[in-house]
Ligand binder design. Structure first.
Ligand SMILES: *[C@@H]1O[C@H](CO)[C@@H](O)[C@H](O)[C@H]1NC(C)=O
Ligand SMILES: *[C@@H]1O[C@H](CO)[C@@H](O)[C@H](O)[C@H]1NC(C)=O
Ligand SMILES: *[C@@H]1O[C@H](CO)[C@@H](O)[C@H](O)[C@H]1NC(C)=O
Length: 326
């Protein structure tokens, strides 16, 4: 599996940034002709599974909307799926899965579960083996390789991008978590927050110009990540004043039930990494909630479809994004 125990403290701390091509005025339906996305398991709609089929998250992943496992780490749709539906586009195909029925006409999703912000070579030099060899850079590389198939001149690309939605989904959790698991202490991990943010910053610039039960210190780490990221977003807004850059923070999203997982292995939070939806060992003794739409957390790390729907709505209408997308 691509997941691990210490992900759990990060459940509330996910950050999303959105980079949009144009000022808002029209309703969201039909506003964009294509969606592109980079990120990790919060946005992966099938890339990891295409890369390595043995990592397919087993049913009940997918139970709610697709009624089968699709490679998404949730019971149903993710934020990118809700955004596509709201905009009136088909689901955006995962890049590694190939163009599918509609081709990449309406965009491509480059997000891979387990992906880090820091490059694989950088982590390896520290003696750390990332979960997957597809970091943020690799995903941007795919996008750049893909670009000539949709536009060739600067003018045509600018025109195309002005009608496209770019999603820089969450990055960072896998960097910090892999370090934790491989014995890097918290003091050291803190020093990697700035380079992680720098990577996300570069992605924003590059994309636009290509053309409770929580561990206190883990929350502090993510608040620090959040703080630096917010500063970065403000910088990006100043730099790209003609773009709409929305920042979504669902650190604030959690409520009393935020830490109880729907699909797990029992215990107070229904999260047991050696026995549960995560760290799955054959679905023995799984405790699955009856109504996933009543909970925020699907498996202790990933959110439920209901939570992603709320976030997507919050992105479109506020308050989760500043400014709202619609
Ligand atoms: C695919 O995933 C399995 C299970 O996680 C792992 O043992 C195997 O090494 C992976 N294969 C590749 C090519 O990464
Ligand atoms: C963390 O690790 C570094 C490098 O190995 C070491 O110098 C430092 O003392 C450690 N800090 C703590 C709090 O363990
Ligand atoms: C997790 O599940 C395993 C296997 O059922 C069990 O042995 C272990 O005690 C559980 N751990 C917790 C913290 O509940």
């Amino acid at each position: 599996m691509t997941l691990s125990p210490s992900f759990q403290p990060f459940i509330k701390l996910i950050l999303l940034t959105f980079l949009l091509g144009q000022a808002r005025s029209k309703p969201i339906k039909g506003r964009y002709k294509a969606i592109y996305c980079i990120g990790d398991s919060l946005a992966d709609t099938g890339n990891l599974v295409s890369y390595n089929a043995t990592t397919t998250p087993p049913f009940p992943y997918g139970e709610t909307y697709f009624h089968r496992s699709t490679g998404r780490f949730s019971n149903g749709r993710l934020i990118i799926d809700f955004l596509a539906q709201e905009i009136g586009l088909p689901f955006i195909p995962p890049y590694l899965g190939g163009p599918g029925r509609h081709g990449f006409k309406w965009g491509a999703n480059f997000a891979v579960s387990g992906a880090t912000a820091l490059p694989v070579s950088f982590l390896q030099a520290m003696g750390i083996t990332p979960l997957v060899p597809m970091s943020l850079d690799v995903q941007l590389g795919w996008f750049k390789k893909f670009l000539p198939s949709i536009c060739t001149s600067t003018a045509s690309c600018n025109n195309y991008f002005s009608e496209s939605l770019f999603i820089i989904s969450e990055f960072g959790v896998n960097d910090y978590d892999t370090m934790l698991l491989q014995g890097i202490n918290k003091t050291q991990i803190q020093t990697f927050v700035p380079p992680v943010i720098k990577k996300i910053r570069k992605a924003i610039d590059d994309d636009y110009e290509p053309g409770t039960g929580c561990l206190k210190w883990a929350n502090a780490l993510s608040e620090y990540h959040d703080h630096l990221l917010q500063k970065e977003i403000q910088r990006a807004r100043r730099k790209h004043s003609h773009a709409t850059i929305a920042f979504a923070n669902y650190y604030r999203f959690s409520s009393g039930r935020a830490l109880i997982a729907c699909c797990g292995g029992g215990g107070p939070y229904n999260v047991n990494m050696t026995n549960g939806c995560l760290g799955n060992t054959g679905n023995n003794g799984l405790s699955i909630c009856r109504d996933p739409s009543s909970l925020v957390s699907w498996d202790g790390l990933h959110l439920t479809e209901a939570a992603y729907r709320v976030i997507a709505r919050g992105l479109l209408e506020g308050p989760y994004s500043v400014p709202p997308l619609a």
